[in-house]
Unconditional design. Structure first.
Length: 155
């Protein structure tokens, strides 16, 4: 990818580690780690998943919404095909995702799970001393299962 060669190995590792900690925070419901991964405000675009317009949201509000939306779910967030590019001080990450969501009473039926697949685009702020996620754009490819399980899903 153009610009990828400008990243040091340390930058690349720090950025990938940040993304993995962020995704693991959803699964572990580790809201303090999630807060530590985010900038003070985040430009969010979940319009293809939620049907809501893009917005700017404070870090604590972002986390509070996830606490509520995921309370009854067990999740597994997976990222693949990570591509990182740099343009000046701007870092952009593109990757594919698969988010598996299971109701706490999962029994294998489609009514007790809700999975999504697509692409993410993140931008980062900071440096190797402390990268943070400054923007998140989710582009949905497909959903499977019962969208009523996730409060944030477009019905």
């Amino acid at each position: 990818m153009a610009g990828a060669a400008l990243l040091s190995a340390e930058d690349r590792f720090a950025i990938e580690d940040l993304l993995f900690r962020f995704m693991r925070a959803f699964d572990d419901k580790d809201w303090e780690t999630m807060r530590a991964c985010l900038a003070d405000t985040i430009d969010c675009d979940y319009s293809s998943f939620r049907g809501t317009p893009p917005s700017k949201i404070a870090r604590d509000e972002y986390v509070t919404l996830r606490v509520s939306a995921l309370a009854a779910l067990r999740t597994q967030h997976n990222l693949t095909n990570i591509a990182i590019s740099r343009s000046g001080s701007n870092i952009e990450v593109r990757c594919n995702y698969a988010i598996l969501r299971y109701h706490r009473d999962f029994d294998g039926s489609p009514d007790t799970y809700f999975h999504s697949r697509g692409q993410y685009r993140f931008s980062m702020t900071g440096s190797t001393a402390g990268w943070r996620i400054a923007s998140i754009t989710q582009t949905l490819l497909t959903n499977e299962g019962n969208p009523a399980l996730h409060r944030g899903a477009q019905k």
